[in-house]
Structures are given as structure tokens and as C-alpha cells.
Design a protein around this ligand. Structure first.
Ligand SMILES: C[S@@+](CC[C@H](N)C(=O)[O-])C[C@H]1O[C@@H](n2cnc3c(N)ncnc32)[C@H](O)[C@@H]1O
Length: 370
């Protein structure tokens, strides 16, 4: 089978771990490699399954509808919207730790192949981290914190609002949402395409892709978070301001400008005065936004200082690799994340090699009426 990729810099950067360049063009031959023979202990976060190296896409990826949709995505979407598919590719290819059967069809072949090739190269080069691991850890962290927040509410009706939901399928995959109304917010084009792709997956009867929503309800709200009307749109679609709410902002804040991101955070903080509120969000530090100054805008080097004045309390910040953001996926003690964790957070460049200290902070904050 032939796939196409471009030669990658094997230098380990957050960009390398996170994203797939959009200009993926060269031709490569796919060779089924037997990774079992490798004794790269560093990479034992990947499954030992000998079939793993084969990227087998399900038949429904090749239906005309799915191909047409992904052609439109690739030709017409900008990098911000495309990030939804790239993130889904991460979940699809880290399926040994994330159960997201819809992720493959939502990601599309191009992004799956692209990330897959990077993972293969990482394995061959005995990289200290495998591409996409940061997405896997982030997803698992959000999953675990959503469940913990629901437990902390001790039952009762809860809303889970996913801002910049992209190709997130938590409403279909997390049993802990059974009593929750889930509301997904994203740009109209993204939600439209997502609904069509999910429908295709369900009607193709791919294994485990059933039309079963585990959440109590699921509502999709097309809204632009940079427009002032997004909260009104949410409210007119069933969001209840005084219901316990978990706000999930996974991979979204840094796509907004500094002022728009602050507006979103302020709106969520205001809800702390009305009802029990939990915010779960990831923040890039300033150095991370230099990866793509045209795409990444908002950053905070100190989210724990930024959030309390807005109205949040109990802010807890986690770095990738911390005990609650590890999930057994970062075995090499010399991995990039451990290196960053060993350096003071005020340090902007690695004293050993001058590389920018690019960090992704996982933050939970909460608030409730006094
Ligand atoms: C990196 S993806 C993350 C998607 C999802 N949260 C996940 O983790 O899989 C970023 C998402 O934010 C959405 N987004 C970016 N800017 C937005 C805006 N102004 N309004 C609504 N959604 C936006 C994009 O369309 C995209 O789906």
C-alpha cells in the first residue's frame, strides 16, 4: 500500500508530538514492520500487538460520501477547523488507551496516515516520546477530570458544555455522562460535517459504532466563540444557567485572541456566582504560541494567577507527565515532559540547548455561589 508523507524533523518538539503539518505530500511505501523484535523499552507505551503496525482503515472510510466530505475538509477548511480532525486522528491511533470508535472516520484518511507515519518513525528512531502522546494524555486527563467533577457534585442534573467540541465524541463514549445533558459548541461547518460523518459510521454498522448516546441528551450548538451571541445561542438551545455545569475547553483557548479568550473565561467565571461550576481547560504558555504565530494566539504562563481574579477558586494546574497526567504513557524518564517539569516554570528557554520551553498546562478550576 502506498502512503504519502514528508520527511519530518525528528527533533522532539511539542509541535511534533501534537500536530501534523498540513502539507503532507511525498510518496512512501508502507512496509509492515515487526516492532516486536525491537527492544526499545522506551517505547513500551505502544501495544505489543504484532498487527499494530498495519493501519487498517474500516470499509466505511472508502464510501463515496465519506471521501467527498473529507475532500471538502481538506480543500476548504482553514487550519483552525482542521485541528478538529488532527485531534481525532490522535485518539484513533492511540486506541489502545482511548476507546473512541468514531475517531477514525472523523479524522479522515490523510490525517490518520500522516500521524501513523510519524508514530512509525518515532518507533524506529527510538524516540523518547511517540507522536500524539500529548493528545492521548490530554484526552485521558479531561475524561478523568469530568468524571471526578461529576462525583464531586454528588449526583443531580449536570450540564457538560464542550466549547470548541470539534470531533469530540464523549457523549457516545463516557458512561459517567448518563445523567448529563451534553452540549457541543463549535463552528457550523464543523458540526454539520461531524453529524454527517457520525451518521455514515452508524449506518455502515462499523464495529462498536452504534447510534447509542451514553449521555442523557446531546445538543449541538453552532456558534462562533468570538461573537458576542454565543451564550445566548447556548441558552436558546437548552443551556440552563442555574444548573450545575462542567465547562470543557479542550484545545480551544489558544485559537482565540487574547481578548476573546478572556471574554470566554469571564463568562464562565460569572456562572460561578449562579451555580456550581467546574472549568477544565488546557492553556499554552507563551513559548508554545511561537510554534505558529498565525494560529495560536491566547496564552498564559500562569493560569493559576489569571483565573482567581475572574471568580474561580480551587485552581489546580497539572503538567503533562505529572502523576494525574501520565497514564503510564511516558515511560522514558528522560522524556521531554519530565525535562520541562524539572525546570522552573519561569524559565523560557532550555539552558542546555536554548530550545523554547513549550508547555501545555491542564487546568481545573471551580466556583460556586457563596
Ligand atoms: C484542536 S480542535 C479541539 C476539538 C475538541 N475539543 C477535541 O479536543 O477534540 C479546536 C476546535 O475549536 C474550534 N474552534 C476554533 N475557534 C472557534 C470559534 N471561534 N468558535 C467555535 N469553535 C471554534 C475548531 O473548529 C475546532 O473544532
Amino acid at each position: 500500500m502506498c502512503v504519502t508523507v514528508r520527511e519530518w524533523s525528528l527533533k522532539c518538539t511539542m509541535h511534533h508530538l501534537f500536530f501534523i503539518p498540513l502539507t503532507t505530500t511525498l510518496h512512501i511505501s508502507y512496509v509492515a514492520l515487526n516492532f516486536r523484535s525491537m527492544s526499545d523499552k522506551q517505547n513500551d507505551c505502544l501495544p505489543e500487538d504484532p498487527t499494530w503496525p498495519e493501519l487498517k482503515l474500516s470499509h466505511c472510510m472508502y464510501t463515496q460520501t465519506v471521501r467527498d466530505i473529507h475532500a471538502v475538509i481538506e480543500n476548504e477548511w482553514d487550519s483552525v477547523k482542521l485541528s478538529a480532525c488532527q485531534t481525532a486522528a490522535g485518539r484513533a491511533l492511540w486506541k489502545h488507551v482511548i476507546n473512541d470508535p468514531f475517531a477514525e472516520i472523523l479524522a479522515g484518511e490523510t490525517y490518520l496516515r500522516s500521524l501513523f507515519e510519524k508514530m512509525m518513525k518515532d518507533r524506529l528512531n527510538k524516540a523518547r516520546e511517540i507522536s500524539g502522546v500529548i493528545l492521548a494524555v490530554r484526552t485521558l486527563w479531561f475524561d478523568s477530570k469530568i468524571e471526578a467533577a461529576l462525583d464531586s457534585f454528588g449526583g443531580g442534573e449536570t450540564q457538560v458544555v464542550l466549547l470548541g467540541a470539534g470531533m469530540d465524541t464523549r457523549a457516545y463514549r463516557l458512561g459517567c455522562l448518563k445523567d448529563c445533558s451534553v452540549i457541543e459548541v463549535d463552528l457550523p461547518e464543523v458540526l454539520e460535517v461531524k453529524a454527517t460523518l457520525l451518521h455514515s459510521a452508524m449506518s455502515s454498522k462499523i464495529e462498536h459504532c452504534q447510534d447509542v448516546i451514553l449521555a442523557k441528551s446531546l445538543t449541538r450548538v453552532a456558534a462562533d466563540l468570538t461573537h458576542i451571541d454565543w451564550l445566548a445561542r447556548l441558552q436558546s438551545s437548552g443551556f440552563v444557567p442555574d444548573k450545575n455545569t462542567i465547562w470543557v475547553l479542550e484545545g480551544i483557548l489558544y485559537y482565540l485572541s487574547q481578548s476573546k479568550a478572556m471574554d470566554v473565561l469571564k463568562i464562565i467565571a460569572d456562572s460561578c456566582a449562579i451555580t456550581r461550576t467546574v472549568l477544565l481547560a488546557d492553556f499554552m504558555n507563551k513559548a508554545s504560541t511561537t510554534l505558529s504565530s498565525s494560529t495560536y494566539q491566547f496564552y498564559s504562563d500562569w493560569p493559576e494567577d489569571l483565573l482567581p481574579p475572574l471568580g474561580f477558586s480551587d485552581v489546580k494546574l497539572t503538567q503533562i507527565g505529572d502523576p494525574d497526567a501520565h497514564f503510564g504513557l511516558l515511560h522514558d524518564p528522560m522524556n521531554l515532559f519530565n525535562k520541562l517539569r524539572s525546570l522552573s516554570r519561569s524559565i523560557q528557554t532550555d539552558p542546555e540547548n536554548g530550545a523554547p520551553c513549550r508547555r501545555l498546562y491542564l487546568v481545573q478550576a471551580s466556583g460556586s455561589p457563596i
